[in-house]
Design a protein around this ligand. Structure first.
Ligand SMILES: Nc1nc2c(c(=O)[nH]1)N[C@H]1C(S)=C(S)[C@@H](COP(=O)(O)OP(=O)(O)OC[C@H]3O[C@@H](n4cnc5c(=O)[nH]c(N)nc54)[C@H](O)[C@@H]3O)O[C@H]1N2
Ligand SMILES: Nc1nc2c(c(=O)[nH]1)N[C@H]1C(S)=C(S)[C@@H](COP(=O)(O)OP(=O)(O)OC[C@H]3O[C@@H](n4cnc5c(=O)[nH]c(N)nc54)[C@H](O)[C@@H]3O)O[C@H]1N2
Ligand SMILES: [Mo]
Length: 689
């Protein structure tokens, strides 16, 4: 009999702006092929180097296939098999004991292992709300930039990333689309072929920078100063859109006063760029239409990251770029999606707010939280969708926190990550091919549905199912805790919102659907900003009310030769650790196909900095500061400027060679606004081993 072959429509679950629609070919219950959906306008039939070979991940022999309990020391990674019943009874018993004292001693820890609304922000949130656990502030990626953007624009809304094909000037700012937004890059290339000029602003000469007409390489964390100086030039040279400013913005006079002294000559020593380069950039920007800025989160990982994005967000309104469909700026499109957060997450289930007022823990300095939080201390941690031991800053503190003997730690994972090694109970998770979900996107305007293609591998269970089973064991009886995944998915978007019109039908029939937004989509062509004033807010009363500067400003890096000369005397190099092409954060970094492509941890260093330290290409290096050290192989190259080094990330510690990765040296300090991490605000010294 011929084997049965069918196509299942799926969504790429990973933390990437592109949120691809995928077609999975299934034969006799086994997935045999994964393709990008040809009919999806953004995916366009292509997948990235990681997901094109997704079955290597799904069917990896390293998948966790059954629950386990720890038999070795914390961090050692020795476990023995147990049943789901034993695992869930153990967790429920511990949680019940802690909750009887103070449920806020329990902390969920999750980020974006999957971005599906069901498996990342549905049943998990309901369960922990009902339990009364500490709340987690999910800051580790985007919260600084997001807060900066919102203070000016009002929501995570901007130019349609597909519309950039008609732009004449594209500023790619703190973004590396060839690596981390590949499908968006296709549209930028189309624009380039039609004659658009592409300018990349990035301390590192990335694959993207190499394909642009101009690459400006500022010192890390100084983008805010570039944007202020651009505004100064635009105003002084009168390259601004007086009508648009008068009708659709708030606080122009105050802004003009604020930037009056921020000349390119002021910015030059701060940013390491020639004043003339900044002046020319501003003039080109002020005299080319349509112009669009593609920001990504690379520039928000420094002390002034929130303010930097805030400053940049002011630029399109100043020159009236929002009037053009292909003009404006985009950081994230996620604010276009009418997500029914209250229905998904059910914060109303929180039981006992009088006795235990909700307590929020910032996820980024998790090491500090585990070691120092009191009132109450964190007694139990439940990790899913995240690998904090590898990805959170200041690993030595993180590991010290996870190693606490009195901490009860559950990890739900597909693989035995660096974090999993610290689990008391380790649970196997399904992959995207094995569970139901529905996705919004942060780099385009389509929702994508995910239908399971295969049965769960081994005894693995979806996040949602584990929480349903735990809820039952804890005696909770709220119906919301027992809804099935399809029901949760169906309620994820607010149906009465006009943007949802046609969404369910499209998701059901073709697996994806564009939001019901005007076509073409020019969100602020005639104003209508989702801010309190309805205008683009150069001046923000909301920020002032929260104790922040009401205007754009300059917030320098905390660790740089300019802002911290004493520290820089000992650790003179500014280290960034941006995404490696074959990894997705720490995902894929354990699997041979992708790990072999990256080879080994490397550190890119300029020939001038190498020579003075006796470093030759390929030499083994020790990269260190007061927080820690890690090893990497030297790549001596002028892709980084003198004074800056780059360590493509995020390696698993257990596969890096020395048990460390770049986060051994990163700091758990927080950004100016949004409470984000400062991965790229990090002084180090480097020496041959
Ligand atoms: N292949 C791959 N794709 C990914 C990821 C991955 O790990 N691998 N990660 C995903 C995630 S989680 C995210 S958040 C997104 C976006 O991921 P991000 O890391 O936000 O963004 P990128 O677009 O890679 O842009 C980072 C770029 O910013 C540059 N940069 C670093 N510091 C500065 C600075 O101070 N100023 C400026 N102007 N530039 C700076 C870096 O050199 C790098 O080239 O990508 C997603 N896509
Ligand atoms: N030095 C440095 N550090 C960084 C960054 C950097 O650029 N430099 N980037 C930062 C950024 S932008 C981000 S977003 C964070 C990312 O941090 P994380 O969101 O923690 O990302 P990953 O490292 O990919 O870990 C996600 C884990 O979730 C698991 N997972 C996937 N699907 C499921 C599921 O359905 N259920 C369960 N239970 N688990 C699942 C995966 O196997 C994986 O181990 O890292 C940050 N850390
Ligand atoms: Mo991220």
């Amino acid at each position: 009999m011929a084997s049965e072959s069918r196509i299942v429509r799926a969504a790429c679950p990973h933390d990437c702006p592109d949120t691809c629609a995928m077609h999975i070919t299934v034969e006799d219950g086994r997935a045999v092929k994964v393709r990008g959906a040809e009919d999806h306008p953004f995916t366009h039939g292509a997948l990235c180097t990681k997901v094109a070979h997704y079955l290597d991940r799904v069917y990896s022999p390293d998948r966790l296939t059954h629950p386990m309990k720890r038999i070795g020391k914390k961090g050692e990674g020795r476990f023995e098999r147990i049943s789901w019943d034993e695992a869930l009874d153990t967790i429920a018993t511990r949680f019940a004991e802690i909750a009887a004292d103070d449920p806020r001693g329990i902390l969920p820890y999750s980020y974006a292992g999957t971005m599906g609304l069901v498996q990342s922000s549905g049943m998990d949130r309901r369960f922990f709300h009902r339990l009364g656990a500490s709340l987690l502030d999910r800051t580790i990626c985007a919260s600084a930039g997001s807060a900066g953007w919102k203070s000016v624009i009002g929501a995570s809304v901007g130019t349609d990333p597909e519309a950039v094909v008609d732009a004449r000037l594209i500023l790619i700012w703190g973004a590396n689309p060839v690596v981390s937004n590949l499908h968006g890059w296709r549209f930028m290339q189309q624009a380039k072929r039609k004659g658009a000029r592409l300018v990349c602003i990035d301390p590192w000469r990335t694959q993207t920078a190499e394909k642009c007409d101009l690459h400006l390489a500022p010192l890390p964390g100084t983008d805010g100063a570039i944007a202020l100086a651009m505004m100064q030039v635009l105003i002084e040279d009168d390259l601004i859109a007086h009508d648009y400013i008068a009708q659709h913005t708030l606080g122009f006079e105050a802004l003009a006063e604020r930037v009056r002294h921020c000349t390119p000559e002021w910015a030059a020593p701060l940013t390491g760029l020639p004043a003339e380069a900044i002046r020319q950039l501003a003039r080109d920007y002020g005299s080319t239409r349509p112009s669009v800025i593609r920001l990504n989160y690379g520039l928000n990982r420094c002390a002034g990251g929130g303010t930097a994005v805030r400053n940049i967000a002011c630029l399109p309104a100043l020159v009236g770029a929002w009037r053009d469909v292909a003009g404006g700026a985009v950081l994230s499109t996620s604010g276009n999606f009418p997500i029914d957060t209250a229905a998904l997450e059910r914060p109303d289930l929180y039981p006992n707010a009088d006795r235990f007022p909700p307590r929020t823990i910032n996820m980024s300095p998790i090491g500090e939280a585990l070691l120092t939080a009191n009132d109450p201390p964190i007694r139990a941690l439940y990790v899913y969708n995240s690998n904090p031991v590898a990805v959170a800053p200041d690993s030595n503190r993180v590991r010290a926190g996870f190693a606490r003997e009195d901490l009860f730690c559950v990890v739900h994972e597909l693989f035995q990550t660096d974090t999993a090694d610290y689990a008391d109970i380790l649970l196997p998770a399904t992959s995207q091919l094995e569970h139901v979900d529905v996705h919004k996107a942060y780099g385009h305007l389509y929702a994508v549905a995910n239908t399971p293609a295969i049965d769960p591998v081994g005894e693995s269970l979806p996040n949602s199912e584990v929480f349903r089973r735990l809820a039952a064991r804890l005696g909770f009886d709220d119906p919301a805790l027992f809804e099935d995944d399809a029901t949760i998915a169906a309620a994820a978007f607010i149906q009465r919102d006009a943007r949802s019109l046609g969404l369910s039908e499209g998701l059901a029939t073709q697996g994806w659907a564009r939001l019901n937004l005007p076509r073409p989509f020019a969100p602020f062509a005639t104003g209508g900003f989702p801010t309190p004033s309805g205008r683009c807010e150069f001046f923000s009363q909301t920020m002032a009310d929260q104790g922040f500067d009401p205007l754009p400003g300059w917030v320098p890096p905390i660790e740089s030769p300019v802002s911290n000369p004493t520290q820089a005397a000992r650790f003179p190099l500014a280290m960034i650790s941006p995404p490696a092409r074959n990894f997705l954060n720490s995902s894929f970094a354990n699997l041979p196909r992708w790990r072999d492509k990256e080879g080994a941890p490397t550190l890119e260093i300029h020939p001038d900095d190498a020579v003075t330290r006796g470093i030759t290409d390929g030499a083994r290096l020790r990269i260190f500061n007061d927080r820690g050290a890690f090893h990497a192989l030297a790549v001596v190259t002028d892709r980084v400027r003198p004074g800056v080094v780059a360590a493509p990330s995020v390696w698993w510690q257990k596969f890096s060679g020395d048990g460390e990765n770049a986060n051994a040296v990163t700091s758990s300090a927080l950004t100016d606004i949004g409470g984000g991490p400062v991965f790229y605000d990090c002084l180090v010294e480097v020496a041959p081993v």
